[in-house]
Design a protein around this ligand. Structure first.
Ligand code: PA5
Length: 441
């Protein structure tokens, strides 16, 4: 089971400080458990690993099988919560080079408005048969909607209307939205984003499960890990509960003047998981002019860039390290007769062990440099442990947000840029906004 270790915080946070916040954390944890907190109509993720729709899950597995048999490329079109979780888990389990290792290639698109990226991907599509999983709860988000229009047109031109319909899988709202309407008209196979689960909490719904299952991820184990974590942490409102302890540390450090959390990991394949964490915490807590700024470092590479700042820059930061005790690799440093590079002192040592030493050395250095550090330790880098980690972060985020005094489940701030963009692109209905914007110029 995942452990959250605060041993390195000695000297930064006192027992008295933990005592001072435990009542607030207990109240926040109970509010989540009882469903009595703010935004409680969006806590469907809380019990999801135990109560997900088994019939739909069976269909997801069948669809994943069909995608693999009909195509060499799966395009996953979505943005934000409809994108990050699937990509994060896929890269964490299979590595950033997953598309080079044989089997179904999975490309994520519709998460920017970069013309170059769209053109590159259109060219790549000609190298294999293509299926699409378009994911959007609202169906109206511009970036994925534009990409879907372009790639749907590509499929129709390449395969014809009828065949293309069999290659499009839509994950969207149960009843509402443009994508639901289009899917019903066209007869696309559809999967449901539960109404009470917000985008950033949706990785364990069809949003994440369909692309992950298609990519060959063991989604049974992912869900099992999340379920076991859920069972372990859901009914304990004390600081023994690791999700509550992490929420306490974040809030205590924020109150002590630390405004930036760095989530670090010594596995480059964790990079997108860091992006998922940034959305989860940034969108959940960054409101009412409050909240920690969530950031990430991928070590050891970032030790040669951000390492200087971590060690010696403005002391506004604290660090949370995600560590994997075991990885599936026995690769070692080879011995060289000549020892031309002086590395024979490492000969025979596993790279993973050297990486672990690097991580221990870094934590000591950063702690000595005045950075409060704590460690989330996962037993192994596999689906089960990643499932645990996802649930750990989701629950900690909810408790942390409640303790901060915000509604962790809304994201009204995301709407501001969308409104302005619609206005400037002359979308009908946004004429007044356009006038307001132009007056300011
Ligand atoms: O967390 C969220 O709610 C957002 O990041 C959404 O997931 C994102 O804006 C995409 O929205 P939609 O799924 O409606 O296209």
């Amino acid at each position: 089971m995942l452990r959250y270790d605060v041993g390195l915080l000695d000297g930064f946070l006192t027992r008295g400080e933990f005592d001072s916040i435990k009542e607030e954390i207990a109240t926040a944890s109970a509010a989540l458990r009882e469903g009595s907190g703010r935004g409680n109509d969006f806590i469907g993720w809380r019990d999801l690993p135990a109560v997900f729709d088994r019939e739909e899950y069976a269909r997801i597995k069948q669809a994943a099988e069909r995608i693999r048999s009909q195509s060499g490329i799966l395009l996953v079109i979505g943005i934000g919560g409809s994108y990050l979780g699937a990509r994060a888990v896929l890269e964490l389990i299979k590595g950033e080079l997953h598309n080079e290792t044989g089997g179904l290639r999975v490309y994520f698109t519709g998460n920017s408005l970069s013309p170059g990226d769209l053109e590159d991907l259109l060219k790549l599509c000609d190298t294999a048969d293509v299926s699409i999983n378009v994911i959007s709860k609202s169906g109206t988000t511009t970036e994925p909607a534009v990409a879907f229009r372009i790639f749907r047109d590509y499929l129709i031109k390449r395969y014809g209307e009828e065949e293309s319909r069999k290659r499009i899988y839509a994950t969207t709202d149960r009843t509402g939205g443009t994508l639901r309407k289009l899917s019903e008209e066209q007869g696309y196979e559809t999967f449901i984003i539960p109404g009470d689960v917000g985008g950033r909490f949706s990785v364990l719904t069809p949003v994440g499960l369909l692309p992950l299952a298609a990519a060959g991820i063991d989604t049974d184990m992912l869900l099992k890990g999340a379920e076991d974590m859920m069972k372990a942490v859901s009914s304990d409102d004390t600081l023994v509960n690791p999700t509550n302890r992490y929420a306490a540390v974040r809030n205590l450090l924020l109150r002590s003047g630390k405004s930036v959390e760095i989530l670090s990991c010594f596995e480059p394949r964790f990079r997108m998981m860091g992006e998922w964490y940034k959305q989860l915490f940034g969108e959940s807590e960054g409101k009412e002019h409050k909240g920690l700024f969530p950031s990430t470092c991928v070590f050891t590479s970032d030790l040669h860039s951000m390492g200087q700042y971590c060690q010696d820059g403005s002391r506004i930061i604290f660090e949370t390290l995600v560590k994997f005790a075991q990885v599936d690799s026995g690769i070692t440093v080879n011995r060289e007769e000549e020892d031309f590079d002086g590395l024979n002192y490492l000969a025979g040592r596993k790279i993973h062990d050297i990486n672990t030493v690097a991580s221990d050395a870094t934590m000591s250095a950063h702690t000595e440099g005045g950075v409060p550090c704590s460690v989330i330790e996962c037993e192994k880098l596999d689906e089960y442990n990643v499932g645990e980690l996802i649930y750990f972060f989701e629950r900690a985020c909810a408790v942390s947000g409640y303790t901060l005094g915000v509604n962790p489940f809304d994201q009204n701030g995301v709407e501001a840029y969308k409104r302005n963009m619609f206005a400037l692109l002359d979308k009908p209905g946004y004429e007044e906004d356009k006038k307001r914007l132009l007056e300011k110029r």
